[in-house]
Design a protein around this ligand. Structure first.
Ligand code: NAD
Ligand code: ZN
Ligand code: ZN
Length: 375
């Protein structure tokens, strides 16, 4: 059921969900490195062009763990999380074509769709109506309140609310917001072609989705690399033909042997010098290194692994693509049976127990891959 309310100035009409009148909500708030608290905070409202979504399912990303450890700085008091599925609870003025109660998926990256970056196709480097801003499209749980809460304010709602087809459950789409969009983009940016040999370094949630992405793009041989038995087993389930354990195998020479001289595309999905360098050394001349990892400190490119700069090797990087059209395409893959990420949702928690969920996820206990959080 919906109600209509006119704001005090009487100048704009807000459409709101009747049941959600409370002024506060539960949310996971970043306080300081190592300190996350479940708090009651003011419930967001929708300004012009915005929407408020009542979150029905969310999850925790490895990036949230980086934030919690103080490795990626955000301001104290921010609600974290950037992977929301929910129901539209409020629509601000100017948002058209949606109704209260619509089920929506919102990408981790929320481009404005109007700035120079967006209009040149670099939606993740969105400048919010102006020019370009590095990582500017990543706002939830970074520069504005995020999704680990009962309600979420969505900026630029017209560009970012992706309606969920009726037949898809929340669990089938929640991982599309970030890890699937990112992982699959690793294969797309690497321009994987039918018949290619692709090696994916690391089989965490991102690498597993890159493995699935390489398969979707038509790779003939997909090699997954990790050092965790559960993850290597999941790599096979997500589409790897061969898995290599970096603890016991000389991965570079094994990839060169399996591919007859080097892979067409190597996807880096960890963010270390070691895996970056191994990815480079695994490539054939003219191959593409598609890098998804987030690095810290310096990253070196050894001249011998790079053909001294003239082996026609390409290195490309990608930030998770967002926006409603990206989400629609990813949901179409699920809807038509091409992609199933539900095996990655290994654990479930109510929002009230999100601190336990962080503890499990951050320490990779009990074979966890992703946790489903229900507000
Ligand atoms: N580009 C983007 O938009 C984007 C988005 C989200 C996350 N990321 C980044 O992607 C990376 C991976 O994220 P995740 O959540 O999958 O990480 P994760 O920590 O869950 O998984 C990392 C995996 O790497 C494996 N590993 C460790 N050392 C290895 C080695 N030497 N060789 C092969 N595998 C090894 C581990 O066993 C683990 O399974 C991180 O750097 C993260 O910050 C990037
Ligand atoms: Zn993330
Ligand atoms: Zn923009």
């Amino acid at each position: 059921m919906s109600t209509f309310a006119i704001d005090s100035a009487g100048s704009r009409v807000l459409r709101t969900e009747a049941s959600a009148d409370s002024a506060t909500m539960r949310a996971a708030v970043f306080v300081a490195p190592g300190r996350l608290e479940l708090r009651d905070v003011p419930r967001p409202t929708a300004g012009p062009g915005e929407a408020v979504v009542r979150v029905t399912l969310t999850t925790i990303c490895g990036t949230d763990v980086h934030i919690l450890k103080g490795e990626y700085p955000i301001r104290s008091g921010l609600v974290i999380g950037h992977e929301p599925v929910g129901v539209i609870a409020e629509l601000g003025a100017g948002v058209t074509g949606y109704a209260i109660g619509d089920r929506v998926l919102v990408g981790a990256i929320t481009p404005c769709g109007q700035c120079l970056a967006c209009l040149s196709g670099h939606l993740s480097q969105c400048g919010h109506g102006e020019g370009y801003e590095a990582l500017g499209g990543w706002r939830f749980g970074n520069t504005i309140d995020g999704a680990q809460a009962e309600f979420l304010r969505v900026p630029n709602a017209q560009a970012n609310l992706a309606k969920i087809p009726d037949e898809l459950r929340d669990e089938q789409v929640v991982l599309l917001a970030d890890i699937a969009s990112t992982g699959i983009s690793g294969a797309e940016s690497g321009r994987v072609r039918p018949g290619d040999a692709v090696v994916v370094f690391a089989q965490g949630p991102i690498g597993l989705c890159a493995t699935a992405g390489a398969r979707l793009m038509g790779a003939a041989l997909v090699i997954g690399v990790d050092g965790d038995d559960t993850r290597l087993a999941m790599a096979k389930r997500m589409g790897a033909d061969v898995v290599l354990d970096h603890r016991t195998t000389d991965v570079v020479s094994e990839v060169r042997r399996l591919t007859g001289g080097g892979s067409d595309v190597a996807i880096e999905a960890l963010g270390t010098q070691e895996t970056f360098e191994s990815a480079l050394r695994s490539l054939r001349p003219g191959g593409v290194l598609s890098s998804l990892g987030v690095y810290s400190g310096k990253l070196a490119v050894p001249y011998d692994a790079f053909g001294a700069g003239i082996a026609d090797v390409e290195i490309v990087t990608t930030l998770c693509p967002g926006g409603k059209e990206r989400m629609r395409r990813l949901m179409a893959l699920v809807q038509h049976g091409r992609l199933d990420l539900t095996p990655l949702l290994t654990h479930r928690f109510p929002l009230d127990r999100i601190l336990d969920a962080y503890e499990l996820f951050a320490n990779r206990r009990d074979g966890v891959l992703k946790v489903a959080i229900t507000p």
